[in-house]
Design a protein around this ligand. Sequence first.
Ligand SMILES: Cc1cc2nc3c(=O)[nH]c(=O)nc-3n(C[C@H](O)[C@H](O)[C@H](O)COP(=O)(O)O)c2cc1C
Length: 208
Amino acid sequence: MKILHITCSPRGEQSVSYRLSQRVMDRLLTQHPAAQIVTRDLCAEPLPHIDGEYAAALGGGARDGARTGNGRAASSLALSERLIAELRDADYVVIATPMHNFTVPSVLKAWLDHVVRIGVTFNVTPEGKVGTLADRPVYIAVSSGGYRSGERARQPDFLEPYLRALLPTIGLKNLSFLSVQATAAGPEMTTAAFAAVEWELDDCVAGA
Ligand SMILES: Cc1cc2nc3c(=O)[nH]c(=O)nc-3n(C[C@H](O)[C@H](O)[C@H](O)COP(=O)(O)O)c2cc1C
C-alpha cells in the first residue's frame, strides 16, 4: 500500500494546502497504518522543465528514448520514467496545491508535463486520448487567497477544471477536490474554512 503525497507550495509546512492535505493523509493512515508514504515536495526539489530532447522524442514519434538508441533523448526521458513509475505504483495520490494566478503553480505544471506522456500514460485513438494508468483515488487539496467557486467568487478558476480535464486523460478519474478558500481574509476565515471542510473530508476519505 503506497500513498504518493505531492506538495506544491513554497510555504512548506505552514502552507494551507499542505495542512489540508495532511488531514487527508491522517485519515488515510488511520485506515491503512502500514501504508508507505512517498513524498514529492515540488518546491523544495523543483523538477526541471521539459527540454528540447524530451519534446523532440515525444513529438517525433520516437516515444521511448530508450528504444530509439538516442542517448540524450533517453536521459531526458529517464526522469519522466521515474515520476510515472512513482505515480503508477501509488494506491492513493494526494496533491496539495495553492491557486497561483487562477491556475496550478508552475511547479505542478512541470510535474504534469513529465507524467502526462503520449504513448506511455495516454494513447491517441479515433475517440480521443485514452489513459493507460489504472484508476485510483486522487485527493486534491486546494487553497486560494480569494474565493474561486460559489457566489462569492470574483475570479476565474482554471485550476480545478484544468485538473478535471487533464488527469482523466491519463486514466485518473476518481478525483476528490477539497478546498480552503479566501485565506487572504485572515486566519479566522481560514480556521472557519478548515472547520467547514471537515465533513467533506470524512465523507470522501471514508472507507478509502
Ligand atoms: C504567485 C501567487 C499567485 C497567487 N494567485 C492567486 C490567485 O490567482 N487567486 C487566489 O485566490 N489566490 C492567489 N494567490 C494566493 C494563494 O492562493 C493563497 O495565499 C493560498 O492560501 C496559498 O496556499 P499555500 O499556503 O498552500 O501556499 C496567489 C499567491 C501567490 C504566491
